[in-house]
Ligand binder design. Structure first.
Ligand code: NCD
Length: 319
C-alpha cells in the first residue's frame, strides 16, 4: 500500500496498515544507517524546515540526520532564534517560510494542535514532532519498532507505561499505536497523573507497580515533566521516586526477558535508577537508533511524491 497523507499529525487517525507500512519501510532503511557512507539521493532537491519552539535533543537531531541521509536540505529554527522573540506569530513565521517553498515542516510546539493549524495553512507536509500534551507520533512509531525488534511482535504483549502519564504526549501516541497493533497497555503512576479518560483510550490502569510488573513484557518509564506541573499533583519527588521509580528492587519479580524503555530525557534517580537505565534489560539507546530510521521513513513517505517539477538537471527524453 502507499501512504497517501500530506501530513503526519498523530497516531490516532492512522490505520493499522499505515503503521505497518511505516515500520516495514523503517526496517529496510536501517541498512543505510549501518553503511560507512550513510547517504542516498532519494530526497535530493527537497527542503525540510525544522521549527522547534520547545527544547529537543533526540527528536530534532534525528529528524535532521534522517533528512540529510536522504539528501534533503535542512534548516532549523528554534524559538529563541526566530522572530517569535520580536512578536511574530507562529502562523506569520510559517507563511514567510512557506513563501520560500519548503517541502516539509517538522514542528514542535508547547500548544496542543499547533502543527494541525500550520498544516491547514501550508501546501508543505507537516510532521508533528510533539505538540504540548497531545501527540508525538514519530516517538510512538520508533517505540513500536523497538518493541517489535526485541519481541518479534506487538500483538498480545503487555506494555506497562509508568509515571507522569497526564503530561505525556508520548504516552498518548503510544497508547493509540500499541492498542491498534494489539498490545495491552497498562498505566501505572500516581492517580493525580492518570486522568480517567485514559481508560477510554483502551488502556488499563494499575495502582501498584508490584501488581503490574510481573506481567509486563515491556516497561516504558516516562519522565516526570516538572516544567508542565502547574498544580501540585505530587507531594514530593522523593516520595515519587520511592513509590514509582524503577529500580533493580522493583524489577525483582519481572519477567527474565522484560525490556525497559524511556523516551528521554531521563531524570536519573527520579523515575529510573542508573542501574536500570544502563542495565541489561534497557533498550533505551536502541530507541534512539531506531528514531533515525523511522524519521527517514516518515520523511520519505511524505516528501517523495510531492515533486511535480521536472528534473532540469537531466536532458528530456526524446518524444
Ligand atoms: C519526549 C517529548 O519531548 O515529548 N521526549 C522526546 O521527544 N524524546 C518526552 C519528554 O520530554 O519527557
Amino acid at each position: 500500500m502507499s501512504f497517501k497523507r500530506k501530513d503526519l499529525l498523530g497516531i490516532r487517525d492512522l490505520q493499522v496498515a499505515e503503521i505497518e507500512h511505516i515500520l516495514d519501510l523503517s526496517r529496510s532503511l536501517k541498512e543505510i544507517n549501518a553503511r560507512s557512507i550513510k547517504k542516498v539521493p532519494t530526497l535530493r532537491g527537497k527542503t525540510v524546515v525544522h521549527l522547534f519552539y520547545e527544547p529537543s535533543t533526540r527528536t530534532r537531531t534525528s529528524f535532521d540526520i534522517a533528512a540529510k541521509r536522504l539528501s534533503a536540505d535542512t534548516y532549523s529554527i528554534t524559538g529563541s532564534t526566530s522572530s517569535m522573540v520580536k512578536g511574530e506569530t507562529l502562523l506569520d513565521t510559517m507563511k514567510n517560510l512557506e513563501a520560500m517553498k519548503p517541502d516539509v515542516f517538522v514542528v514542535r510546539h508547547s500548544a496542543s494542535g499547533a502543527p494541525h493549524l500550520l498544516a491547514q495553512h501550508t501546501e508543505a507536509s507537516v510532521i508533528n514532532a510533539g505538540d504540548g500534551m497531545h501527540e508525538h507520533p514519530s516517538q510512538a512509531l520508533l517505540d513500536m519498532l523497538t518493541i517489535h525488534d526485541h519481541k518479534g511482535r506487538l500483538d498480545g504483549l503487555n506494555v506497562v507505561i509508568v509515571g507522569d502519564i497526564y503530561h505525556s504526549r508520548v504516552a498518548r501516541s503510544d497508547i493509540y499505536g500499541l492498542t491498534k497493533m494489539g498490545s495491552q497497555v497498562t498505566l501505572c503512576g500516581p492517580p493525580t497523573l492518570i486522568p480517567p479518560d485514559f481508560e477510554l483510550m483502551g488502556a488499563r490502569v494499575c495502582n501498584h507497580l508490584k501488581d503490574c510488573i510481573p506481567e509486563a513484557d515491556v516497561i516504558m518509564v516516562l519522565r516526570l515533566q516538572k516544567e508542565r506541573q502547574q498544580q501540585m499533583l505530587l507531594p514530593s519527588l522523593r516520595e515519587y521516586s520511592i513509590i514509582y521509580g524503577i529500580s533493580p528492587a522493583k524489577l525483582k519479580n519481572a519477567k527474565d526477558d522484560v525490556i525497559i524503555m524511556h523516551p528521554g530525557p531521563m531524570n536519573r534517580g527520579v523515575e529510573i535508577s542508573p542501574e536500570v537505565a544502563d542495565g541489561p534489560h534497557s533498550v533505551i539507546l536502541d530507541q534512539v537508533t531506531n528514531g533515525v530510521a523511522v524519521r527517514m521513513a516518515v520523511l520519505y513517505l511524505l516528501a517523495q511524491d510531492r515533486s511535480s517539477l521536472p528534473d532540469i538537471s537531466r536532458p528530456s527524453s526524446p518524444e
